[in-house]
Design a protein around this ligand. Structure first.
Ligand code: PEP
Ligand code: MG
Length: 585
């Protein structure tokens, strides 16, 4: 049994079998085949080698055209290796000798070669090692398929991968993927957000998990506490089965809270809204006791396809959201592409610092036809029911003005075409960078509402990459610097009579929600599954208590002290929501 500690990003506990989804560290289990099926394995091996060589020929030609003969030589070297019988003959021999699959023979063949090269203490051989890994991965991909093809064949299991892109996660079918764990990643990565949206328990930032697992290993994913247990022993299995049962009971009791009003013990209404990625999640929000949608992230349509969604596709999604909301609040955020979302994955020249680069509203303002298409779809949907529009990652008043100007432009186009829309639609902005928070008073005159996005606000205030597991311990929304920014935004909003909410992931954490209420927030927007816990909290506290806790936390001089203090206070008020979680969270 091995236990790994990672970051809990999507709640739930699953006991099951591993399905490895990883190119770099792909480990192929040794599978025997019947003697009469050996010829088929030889044929598969020939075919995959032939397909790889054909692919490399194509790459060599296109590289030669674009970069010249020298650059193309690398592929000549690869083709030479794959055509070399001293590499491929032992693979065929292994199939016969050990009666194993072609993929296992290929994996072991390249592994032997890697071992030989790794022993040579000459730096120039390191590039050969990379070449061999690359070739091994290419041939294996032909033999056992790309991620997607592999996933299509998967019946049910727990995905383990070095990393997953948001689009890979978005494409998961929750009937087949019971849970997942990755070596890399942080709590607020968009991959983590999608896991929560899909209701798939997940642990990320586990470190070296992929190096320890094989397909079919027994595994426990504890998405509540950020723990992964490989090949658990009987005692651990018993413990976890007990925990799963206790969890089920708590979920039932929280379910009962869903229908009750969200009012503090001193009578203040705290509006609880949901964060969604796809319109159908609105049903989950309502079932969980949410009053509407505080953040509809509209990137989903871009993430699940390689082509830009059309105006009609976007309109259909927004129309569905309006219908499902049935008059409840619905805040739709314009696309927040870039950084770890879609555009970087597809870029020919990925940026060196994507979170500081062309992301979000900046990307939109440089891709006007694409942006206008979304605004058209949004405005057209506003004719069908109440919608608010929100722009992400606004850092200067100029950006806000430009975005509004474009929205007006699109309104005029629609008017000319005789299309209906809500002319007085509310237009707001995310406050998720320190510049926006510090200048909240100026922004208050530029827009009709604020939504504080702590996922990014924390990352940009503390200079901690939100998806880098190596610095995940430094990512702390309770840092007094962050709390002060939030307090100031709320003060400015009140002064100028601009509604303000918080929609970062931490708004869904009951402990943190205590602070947010204490800092003056009266609207919180969180992942749907977090809403019942939030409501339980709201119904057990008074605003006065929260204010006291926030005042003290904000006055402390370290984030560790603030976290410990808030944890302590929360434990007194809502022990059932705090205890049972690991001390590290
Ligand atoms: C945020 O930054 O807090 C936020 C809600 O936006 P996202 O997580 O989509 O970047
Ligand atoms: Mg953000």
């Amino acid at each position: 049994m091995q236990t790994f500690k990672g970051i809990a990003v999507s709640p739930g506990i699953v006991i099951g079998r591993v399905f490895v989804l990883d190119d770099q560290h792909r480990r192929i289990p040794r599978r025997q085949v019947r003697p009469e099926a050996l010829q088929e394995e030889h044929d598969r091996l020939w075919k995959s080698l032939g397909q790889s060589i054909a692919e490399l020929n194509g790459l060599r030609e296109s590289t030669r055209r674009q970069l010249g003969d020298e650059a193309a030589k690398i592929f000549q070297f690869h083709i030479g290796m794959l055509s070399d019988a001293s590499l491929t003959r032992p693979m065929h021999e292994r199939i016969d000798r050990e009666q194993v699959t072609a993929e296992y023979a290929v994996y072991m063949g390249f592994d032997d070669l890697l071992r030989q090269f790794s022993k040579i203490p000459d730096a120039s051989f390191q590039t050969k090692v990379d070449d061999i890994k690359d070739l091994s991965s290419r041939v294996l991909t032909h033999l056992i398929g790309e991620h997607k093809q592999r996933l299509d064949r998967m019946v049910s299991g727990i995905v383990v991968a070095r990393d997953l892109t948001p689009s890979q996660t978005a494409a998961f079918d929750r009937r087949h993927v019971q849970a997942f764990a990755t070596d890399l990643g942080g709590r607020t990565s968009h991959t983590a957000i999608f896991a929560r949206a899909l209701g798939i328990p997940a642990v990320v930032g586990v470190g070296h998990l992929t190096e320890a697992v094989f397909d079919d290993s027994a595994i426990i994913i504890d998405g509540d506490r950020g723990i992964v247990v490989l090949e658990p022993d009987e005692r651990t299995l018993d413990e976890y089965e007990g925990y799963i049962e206790a969890r089920r009971t708590l979920t039932i009791s929280l379910g009962e809270v869903a229908k009750l009003p969200s009012v503090t013990t001193d009578g203040t209404h705290i509006q609880l809204l949901g964060n969604i990625e796809i319109p159908d999640e609105i049903t989950q929000v309502i079932e969980a006791g949410g009053e509407g949608v505080g953040l509809y992230r509209t990137e989903f349509l871009y993430l699940v396809s390689n082509v830009e969604p059309t105006e009609e596709e976007q309109f259909a999604a927004y129309k569905r959201a309006v219908e499902l909301s049935a008059g409840r609040p619905l805040t739709i955020r314009t696309m927040d592409l870039g950084a770890d979302k879609a555009t970087q994955e597809r870029a020919d020249n990925p940026e060196r610092n994507p979170f500081l680069g062309l992301r979000s509203i900046r990307y939109c303002l440089q891709n006007l036809p694409m942006f206008k298409t979304q605004l058209r779809a949004l405005l057209r949907a506003s004719a069908l029911g109440p919608i608010k529009v929100m722009f992400p990652l606004i850092t200067s008043t100029n950006e806000m003005r430009q975005a509004r100007y474009l929205l007006n432009d699109v309104m005029e186009d629609l008017e000319d075409e005789g299309q209906k829309f809500d002319r007085s639609i509310d237009v707001g902005m995310m406050v998720e960078v320190p510049s926006a928070a510090l200048m909240a008073a100026s922004f208050a005159r530029e827009c009709s509402f604020f939504s504080i996005g702590t996922n990014d606000l924390v990352q940009y205030t503390l200079a901690v990459d939100r998806i880098n597991e190596r610095v995940a311990n430094l990512y702390n929304p309770a840092h007094p610097a962050v709390l002060r920014l939030i307090r100031d935004v709320v003060r400015a909003a009140r002064r100028y009579n601009v509604p303000v909410s918080c929609c970062g992931e931490s708004a869904g954490d009951p402990e943190y929600a205590l602070l947010l209420i204490g800092l003056g927030l009266r609207t919180l927007s969180a992942t749907p599954s977090a809403i019942p816990g939030l409501k339980r909290l709201v119904r057990k506290v008074s605003v006065q208590d929260c204010e006291k806790i926030a005042r003290k936390a904000i006055s402390l001089d370290s984030d560790a002290a603030a976290t410990a203090y808030v944890r302590d206070q929360a434990r007194k008020i809502i022990p059932e929501l705090i205890d049972g979680r690991s001390a590290e969270q």
